[in-house]
Design a protein around this ligand. Structure first.
Ligand code: GLU
Length: 453
């Protein structure tokens, strides 16, 4: 059996968003699950819109998600190969020159739509004589070249969609070469997939008609088409396409502005639209193990930002100190140790929330005059250090009888005085971190404040 070889083929014309990141992840999971190789290919034939910055951003975003690649390629490096293939395809009669301008083609499409006809290319250029072509070229027109599809059934068994059936006659002959001679996506993609021995192409279902044309192109190039998996496109909670919101759903935004964990994004995207439960995973390994194309449903999966936030919190709550330490240091909290992490971890929704709790432990906190008398008694009965996780329980038992307060009347004012907040991490864990000196100062401040009625 041939080893699996897959590719993820983004165009460096924009940032990766949850839609194409999902394609990348699923492609990669399949490669790792099947013990195959994963190629990162930059589809950068559109030189006007492709930039080095977007190429770098794509690399960075994929690395953030934890996806490593065995091979890399970019289409801009392979022009010679495309030129040679074009010559062969022309010679074998698979391509024909067309002279319509974009405006003329748009007008044709408009007229077809008005007549409720599918907007397919009408193949008018096939009727041009050599003389017609000379006349058009004398006008200064340069041809673009289309691949002549054979009007017969095109069929494959899709790994997600099952049996797929197209008729060649239902498709427009794809344009493979521009007026300026440069090859376009369809040709480069098929040639690359052949040359890199790609065995499985995973892409969004918006490409399914392209795939049908590609199947015939593989045949024209005397290659066996790979297996195809077309994923239904993600929609929002109302069932609408994500295209308008994609800016806010870029990986860069989720990472830099939302402060989300890569494994929250990966956990959601790997399982979205599958029969498997969406759960927080700490690493990609279990997702690799459980991967199967057979688990994907045909229906469009809904992307829910709330679900992503919930996963993010659950992942943080399980993150070990060893995995968090570097991130804490990067946030400027070099002094944050394991005890701090264990205390605050259950109260994090985002990693950046640690700053709030660091401030609660080490910084100045607002003074609350909720129950100054209790604060005074607490200050007087503070046990001597060293403090550990038992200290809080012992101290509050003493305070209960010393103050005559219990339950909420005891714990709420104490928390307010010690942390300046109504809620937060367990005081049992927080108290030793705050320490005697700061706790004493905070209680004394609260005891001295006038009660606000
Ligand atoms: N560059 C194409 C895209 O981003 C690749 C699609 C494909 O061939 O799978 O849509």
């Amino acid at each position: 059996m041939t080893a699996t070889a897959v590719r993820f083929a983004p165009s460096p014309t924009g940032l990766l968003h949850v839609g194409n990141a999902r394609t990348a992840l699923i492609t990669w999971l399949w490669a790792r699950h099947s013990g195959g190789t994963a190629l990162l290919r930059l589809d950068d034939t559109d030189t006007e819109r492709s930039t080095a910055e977007f190429a770098e951003a794509i690399e960075r975003d994929l690395a953030w998600l934890g996806l490593g690649w065995d091979r890399r390629a970019r289409q801009s490096d392979r022009s010679d190969r495309y030129v040679a293939a074009i010559a062969g395809l022309k010679e074998a009669g698979f391509l024909y020159p067309c002279y319509e301008t974009p405006e003329e083609l748009a007008l044709k499409r408009k007229q077809q739509l008005q007549r409720r006809l599918p907007p397919l290319y009408d193949r008018a250029a096939l009727n041009l004589t050599a003389q017609d072509r000379r006349r058009l070229e004398a006008e200064g027109r340069r041809p673009h070249w289309r691949f002549r599809l054979v009007h017969e059934p095109i069929e494959w068994t899709d790994l997600v969609r099952g049996p797929v059936h197209f008729l060649g006659a239902d498709l427009s002959d794809p344009v493979l070469i521009r007026e300026d001679g440069r090859p376009l996506y369809h040709l480069c993609s098929v040639l690359d997939d052949i040359d890199f021995g790609i065995t499985h192409v995973v892409r969004g279902e918006d490409h399914v008609a392209n795939t049908a044309a590609h199947v015939q192109m593989f045949q024209a190039l005397e290659a066996e088409p790979p297996a195809f998996a077309h994923l239904p496109l993600i929609v929002d909670a109302e069932g609408k396409g994500l295209s308008k919101r994609l800016g806010s759903l870029s990986l860069a935004h989720l990472r830099d502005d939302e402060g989300l964990e890569p494994m929250a994004v990966a956990s959601l995207l790997a399982r979205l639209g599958t029969a498997d439960p969406i759960e927080p995973f700490a690493s990609l390994a279990p997702l690799v193990d459980s991967f199967s194309f057979g688990r994907f449903a045909r229906a469009a999966p809904k992307f829910d930002q709330e679900e992503l936030s919930r996963l993010n919190a659950r992942i943080l709550h399980e993150t070990a100190f060893a995995d968090a330490a570097g991130r804490l240091a990067a946030l400027g909290l070099a002094g944050a140790d394991e005890a701090f992490w264990q205390a605050v971890r259950p109260n994090l929704s985002r990693m950046s929330d640690v700053g709030t709790w660091w401030q609660v432990v080490h910084g100045a906190v607002p003074v609350f005059a909720d129950d100054p008398e209790l604060a005074g008694i607490a200050a007087d009965t503070m046990p001597p250090e060293p403090w550990d996780h038992e200290t809080w329980g012992q101290w509050t038992t003493t305070l209960k009888s010393a103050s005559g307060r219990k339950g909420r009347a005891l714990f709420r004012p104490l928390r307010l005085a010690l942390t300046g907040r109504e809620d937060g991490p367990e005081l049992r864990l927080l108290l030793p971190l705050i320490g005697h000196a700061r706790a004493a100062a905070r209680l004394t401040a609260a005891a001295g404040a006038a009660t606000v009625k």
